[in-house]
Design a protein around this ligand. Structure first.
Ligand code: GLC
Ligand code: CA
Length: 543
């Protein structure tokens, strides 16, 4: 490997794997995944070939939103284990060369967090201003028209003090007041607490929500809003999200990470500064502002376009080009194909196109984030109404907004517990768990898991596919094509997003196939015209 690649920070060359701890591996038979379970599966992640594990929240929580309602930022919920379990997990991960990124949920706490308990106790208390309290509107009712993401008003009246508090999500998730310097200081200390325990970075929950309009103005109605996209979409969130002042807050978070790295507090062998990843759902032109004018905000503002676009070649070609063009100089791109909030890729595009999608995710320029289970082509599960867990499904039943389907336990093998638990899993397993599981696919060289492993190994072996440049190759119809290049090594990636035969004109370029979704063309010479079968993607090294 050459020098430039070695010196690129891991979060540029590497692949992030999201673990939803509740659903990854249960170690004690209570049907809920936990940290000792994740620890048991580190060998699998190292074998798979990813570089970092991002853990969704494992902090003490009443679990109103399955851990995104934090009651103590510096602990581990007993359901997930102990702080000692976390420390052992970090140590074991590092011993395998895996980085650990933790979820940081700064926009809101749990209503049971001691800060909120104190805040709501009286209007005069020292922590009153840590949250957003307002008087009722003249004549009664919520102070303004703001809507909560999961439905209803974003304001809940607290009878005891006669004021409303703001919550962008559930009433059990009151929003912190980030204009208060004490809140900032307390949250910076939380980052330091985990940095001192050796974490390699943070994925910051709803980072673009942190600041709200100081005058609490009403949001305007959204023209043509579609209730299938969520109840809060009825209004344009111009006063509740992406406020100009939020960038200063993000810079403040970044400074804590950079200072920690500069102080040399990183444990031995961890030379890279910790990474700051931001969860941001915005159009790309506004998204890229979260890199910061001096690249002093997020290292990776999550790019969710592949979760949201229709799966069509023209849409994807345009989105890649638009994103590449929007990136500020020096900013490093990233791509996300799945997470715990969206229907799984194999359900959205079907199993054959999910293989094409895997090639796309792992060959585009930018850090890929892979959601646990997508590497085996796991599909959404059907959740009968009686088994619904997600509060979003409860508040908007039957619309397809609920997130239980993509949160099913990881099927490691067949059998009733699917190797996930010896007990009763918190969500049912999929109907296809007998075949769509890790142990079956591990031994099948044509499986989705084998494809992921091959792609991850190729990325690791070929810096062009990790840190190389990107250039589009003119294509039409169902084809998306581009070239990745680094220090004289060039790779063509050609993907057929449709089910029919397609051809791609290569001009004078020639090369040899190194990998394809069908895993049967390796070594084939390509020149003049590359023919792609339906649902096929190939990677070829160019001469
Ligand atoms: C983020 C999380 C989601 C959670 C919400 C509120 O979008 O990914 O799961 O419900 O924030 O914390
Ligand atoms: Ca458990």
């Amino acid at each position: 490997m050459n020098r430039r690649v070695e010196t690129a920070p891991w979060w540029r060359r590497g692949v992030v794997y999201q673990v939803y701890p509740r659903s990854f591996q249960d170690s004690n038979g209570d049907g809920i995944g936990d940290l000792p379970g994740v620890r048991q599966r580190l060998d699998y992640l190292a074998w798979l070939g990813v570089d970092a594990v991002w853990l969704s929240p494992f902090y003490p929580s009443p679990m109103a939103d399955f851990g995104y309602d934090v009651a103590d930022y510096c602990g581990v919920d007993p359901i997930f284990g102990t702080l000692a379990d976390f420390e052992a997990l970090v140590e074991d991960a590092h011993a395998r060369g895996l980085r650990v990124v933790v979820d940081f949920v700064p926009n809101h706490t749990s209503a049971r967090h001691p800060w909120f308990v104190e805040s709501r106790a009286s209007r005069q208390g020292p922590r009153r201003d840590w949250y957003l309290w307002r008087d009722p509107a003249p004549g009664g009712g919520p102070p303004n028209n703001w809507l909560a993401h999961f439905g209803g008003s974003a304001w809940t009246l607290d009878e005891r003090t006669g004021q409303y508090y703001l919550h962008a999500f559930l009433p059990e998730q009151p929003d912190l007041n980030w204009r208060n310097p004490d809140v900032r200081a307390a949250m910076h200390d939380v980052l330091r607490f985990w940095l001192d325990r050796g974490v390699d970075g943070f994925r910051v929950d709803v980072i673009w929500h942190l600041l709200k309009d100081e005058q609490f103005r009403d949001n305007p109605p959204a023209p043509d809003s579609d209730p299938r996209h969520g109840p809060s979409r009825a209004l344009l969130p111009i006063y509740t999200t992406d406020q100009p002042g939020v960038h200063e807050i993000v810079r403040g978070l970044r400074r804590v990470l950079d200072e920690h790295a500069r102080r040399g507090d990183r444990p031995a062998g961890r030379r890279d500064a910790p990474v700051l990843i931001g969860e941001i759902y915005l159009p790309v032109e506004r998204l890229v502002r979260y890199y910061g004018e001096r690249l002093d905000e997020c290292h990776l503002p999550f790019n969710f376009q592949l979760l949201q676009l229709p799966w069509r070649a023209d849409a994807i070609r345009a989105a890649i080009a638009r994103y590449e063009a929007a990136l500020p100089p020096g900013a490093w791109p990233n791509w996300v194909l799945g997470n715990h909030d969206h229907h799984r890729i194999a359900t959205r595009v079907g199993p054959a196109q999910a293989r094409v999608a895997a090639v796309l995710l792992l060959t585009l320029r930018g850090t890929p984030t892979l959601y646990c289970g997508d590497e085996i082509g796991l599909r959404d599960i059907e959740v009968p109404p009686a088994l619904v867990q997600d509060p979003y499904e409860r508040s908007c039943p039957g619309v397809g907004l609920g997130r239980d389907p993509e949160r099913a336990p990881m099927p490691w093998g067949g059998g009733p517990g699917a190797g996930f638990t010896t007990g009763r899993p918190w969500l049912p397993r999929g109907a296809d768990a007998a075949t769509v599981n890790v142990s079956t696919q591990r031994d099948d060289p044509a499986s989705m898991l084998a494809l992921h492993r091959r792609l991850l190994a190729l990325r690791r072996a070929e810096p062009a596919l990790a840190v190389g440049t990107w250039a589009p190759v003119p294509a039409d119809g169902d084809v998306v094509a581009f070239v990745r290049a680094h220090e004289g090594r060039r790779f063509l990636v050609a993907l057929n997003l449709g089910a029919r035969l397609q051809s791609l004109w290569l001009g004078p370029a020639r090369g040899g196939v190194v990998l394809g979704t069908h895993l049967d063309r390796e070594g084939e010479q390509v020149f003049a015209t590359l023919v792609l079968r339906g649902d096929e993607a190939v990677v070829a090294v160019l001469e």
